[in-house]
Each structure stands twice: as C-alpha cells, then as structure tokens.
Design a binder for this molecule. Structure first.
Ligand code: ATP
Ligand code: MG
Length: 460
C-alpha cells in the first residue's frame, strides 16, 4: 500500500518534505490527507507536521512566500506554486476551556505525542517522503474495517472538545463508516458537550454530515445528538402517525424523505425539517386516524427558528423555510398552474419544490403514492417544456413594456404596472399569447383587466 500511496504525492508536497528533511528536521504528511490517500480518495489539502520549530520552518522556506498562519499554535503556511501547505510543529494541546481552540499548545519533540492529541485513529497516521507510515493507534486497520475510533479514552477525548462528537458523526455519514462501540457509547454520553461548542462549528459539521451517503443511518442511530443542539427535533423523533398514507413514524419518514432528495444541503435541510411542526398539529379522529392539519406553516416557523439558532446564512435559511412551508401545497399537472408556480418561485426553487414533494412521497406508503409520483414526473416534464419554449413567466418576458402601455394612453404612474401585471396574469392562465401585435391591440382597445389580485389562486 505504501508504494502506491507515495506515487500520489504532488511535486509540491515532495519539495516541502525534502526541504525540511535536508535541513535535518523530521517531516510527515499527517491527518486528513494521509487518511484520504489510504482510502484512495484525492486529498483536498495537505497538512504537514515537523520536528522543526516555527522559526526553523520559516528559515527553511526563506526564499518563498510564507504566511504566519498561527505562529502561536505552531502553524506556518508555505505557498508552493500558489498552493498553500500548512506546516505545524509537533505539539500537544492544553484544555479547550471555550471548546473552540486549545488554551495553549506545547511543542513536543516527537511525532507520537503529536499523533496522540488527534481525534480518531484514522486521522492519527503520518507518512514520510518515502511513503513509510507511522500508525501507533491502528488507524490503517480501522480504515480497512471502516471504523471510527477515538485515539485514547473516548470519554476523555469528547470531554476535551465537544466538537469531536459532531466530527465522529460527520465522518460516519460522509465515509459510510461505523462508529466503534466504545466510541459510539461515549458519543451518546457526552452529547451535552455540544452545548459548549460554537453554533458555527456545529453548523459546518452538520452541513457536511447531511450530504454524506450515510446521513440517514447516522440520524437513525444518533437522534439524541441532533436533539442536543436542536431540541425541537425531540417530539418528531417519537411521533407516531396512524394514517393510511404513512407506514412509518415521524422520524423514520423524515429520514426516508431526506435520503430521497439529491445530496444538496438546502434540500437535505428542507427534508430534515419539513415535518418538524407535525407533533404540535396532531389530532386524532373518531376512527383513530391521526391528522396534522396546517403543519407546514408551523414547520416553517420552527425551521426558521432552528436555522437562525445554528447561524445559517440568510439565503439558505430563506430557501429552506420556503420549501418547508410549501412542501404540502397542492400542485396540479396543468400548464397554467405550473406557469404560475414558475412565476412565483422562479425555475430553481420550483424544481427544488418538485424534489421535495417527490422525496416526501418516497417517505410514505409505496402503494399509496405511485400515482402521485407519476404525476410529479408529468409536472416536471411540462415545466421543462415551458422553459424550453421560453414561454412568458415574468414581467420582463412580456412582449410589451411600460412605454407601450403609456403610448396606448395610460397615465404614467402605478397604473402602468397594474396593466402589465394584468397582461401577465392572462398570459400565465393561457388566455392570450405573448405576441407583441396582440398585446398592443389589447392595450389600444383598452380592454386590459387591471385586477392585480387575480394572481391570488395558484390552483386555478
Ligand atoms: P477534512 O477532510 O474535513 O479536512 P480532516 O481530518 O483533515 O478532515 P481537519 O479539520 O482539516 O480535518 O483537521 C486536520 C487534522 O487535525 C485531523 O485529521 C485530525 O488529526 C486533527 N484534528 C482536527 N480537529 C480536531 C479535533 N477537534 N480534535 C482532535 N484532533 C483534531
Ligand atoms: Mg483537512
């Protein structure tokens, strides 16, 4: 394995390791890049650790562009042909009293001590220029077995830094690995450590986790961890749904729906949160059937609150909330309906909306949803055709503009906009074509309906 791994080192990496070695310092690739090489995945960055002190590292690269990234923490970034390489002196870490960064670091003379501070065995493997591995914690075996295992005593490691709880879940989801038993138990037991971790850091791990191929299984196995930072999930995890449409409870339905959307953060968040309002809306009728009337609006409100708490950017939050709010809206396979939706949402959000609806159906009783899925396919095909035909969907697509309206004798002012809206509305409903001559004729004969409220009903 070593030989083939070594072949994959870029010239830049080799030069850096060589430069440090020639000055008499030890230097190894370490962490994610070694792990990824061993998994036969191209590393997205290169971390190097060395016995050289930061000043010594700087001296080694004196002729080159060097950034003092985190001198206090022992890190120097060297640019090789524009590529940044982080070079960090062997170090151990003090406690994380704010769970953000260690209070202090100590430089240490040997590699093994540096490897011992790292979170998981697969992340605690070092490789030298010749491709020789240093693997004191059995990381290579764990990678082969697809196991995430803490370096050292799991309880202690999660107590030092609560973010590791999320990192364990993230790696499990992204690689499709299992978490080793003792480490898994410690994840559950130390989930409250997440209370001390900054929202932004949880957010970053969660986003990677949700687009991982094993996201569903991680949600299944560790709902308690997710409830730690999003307690609003709690009632959904235990929600039962006695309803002919549903063959699963709230959490299993949510997970199936999440697994059925493409691996995109916005869509995955929308599925995770689409039914979050259901527990609060549950009622049971005389036949014992559960209903969840008006839950999308409650879900949207909760989703907004949850996404804010985890410091999501406005664009992601607003789109997720929109999709959650609409996920249950009626959508008929008629061109005028589809044109109105395209007008309201724009093509991107509309197709996301279709993805959400399809996934929501995929999480329901299969025999019940066959027709609905076929209908969604029909709607998608129609929408694609409408876009391919470049049909008029917004005011700027109209074959006439404000100047034409004024030329037809309407006073400049808000009335001009209302007239154009009226034309667009008739076009969306298929009543008139988007042809300049026809529109001009309508304007001139002044038979335009000025009813700006006629946009109201998306289903008609
Ligand atoms: P990615 O592919 O996401 O970059 P990574 O393992 O490289 O994964 P980084 O955050 O880049 O993750 O960290 C680099 C290395 O630093 C890790 O491989 C691990 O050895 C160590 N490390 C990072 N975060 C922690 C932590 N919270 N606790 C202990 N060690 C950590
Ligand atoms: Mg990395």
């Amino acid at each position: 394995m070593e030989k083939s791994v070594k072949m994959k080192l870029s010239a830049g990496v080799r030069r850096i390791l060589q430069t440090l070695n020639s000055a008499g310092h030890e230097a190894y690739l370490v962490g994610g890049c070694v792990r990824d090489l061993l998994r036969s995945v191209k590393p997205h960055d290169w971390d190097i650790c060395t016995s050289a002190l930061p000043e010594e590292t700087e001296q080694c690269f004196a002729g080159q562009q060097v950034i003092e990234t985190g001198l206090k923490h022992g890190t120097v970034t060297v640019l090789e042909e524009g590529e940044p390489y982080e070079i960090t002196t062997y170090r151990t870490e003090g406690p994380y009293s704010d769970s953000r960064r260690p209070d202090f670091v100590h430089f240490v003379p040997n590699l093994e001590e540096d490897l011992a501070r790292r979170d998981f065995t697969m992340n605690a493997i070092a490789m030298d220029l010749q491709g020789n591995l240093r693997d004191p914690f059995g990381g290579v075996d764990d990678i082969k077995a697809g196991l995430i295992r803490c370096v050292g005593e799991p309880d202690q490691r999660f107590q030092e830094d609560g973010l590791r709880v999320m990192r364990a879940l993230r790696f499990a989801a992204v690689f499709g690995y299992e978490i080793e038993e003792q480490t898994a138990q410690a994840v559950h037991e130390n989930r409250t450590m997440l209370d001390r971790v900054a929202a932004e850091r949880i957010n970053a791990e969660l986003c990677k986790l949700l687009v991982g191929k094993g996201a569903g299984d991680v949600l299944r196995q560790y709902p308690d961890v997710f409830c730690q930072f999003w307690p609003q999930l709690g009632p959904l995890v235990t929600l039962e749904q006695h309803n002919p449409w549903h063959c699963w409870g709230g959490w299993e339905h949510t997970i199936h729906a999440l697994e059925a959307v493409p691996t995109d953060v916005t869509l995955r968040l929308a599925m995770l949160l689409h039914d979050i309002g259901k527990p609060a809306c549950k009622s049971t009728d005389e036949q014992g059937i559960d209903h969840f009337y008006a839950h999308p609006a409650v879900s949207a409100r909760l989703a907004d609150e949850m996404l804010r708490a985890l410091k999501f950017d406005n664009k992601t939050r607003e789109r997720v909330v929109l999709l959650v709010e609409r996920h249950d809206a009626q959508l008929l396979p008629r061109s005028q309906v589809i044109r109105r939706w395209l007008n309201r949402l724009g093509p991107k959000a509309f197709f996301q909306f279709l993805d959400v609806k399809r996934a929501d159906n995929m999480g329901q009783a299969p025999e019940k949803v066959r027709d609905r899925l076929a209908e969604l396919d029909e709607i998608r095909a129609k929408a694609e055709q409408i876009l391919a035909d470049r049909q008029c969907l917004t005011l700027k697509d109209l074959a006439v503009d404000g100047r034409d309206v004024i030329a037809a004798g309407i006073e400049p002012g808000p009335e001009v906009g209302r007239v154009l809206e009226g034309l667009l509305e008739r076009m969306l409903s298929g009543e008139i074509p988007n042809e300049r001559e026809t529109l001009m004729a309508i304007l001139r004969s002044n038979i335009v309906r000025h009813d700006s409220n006629s946009m109201g009903n998306l289903d008609s």
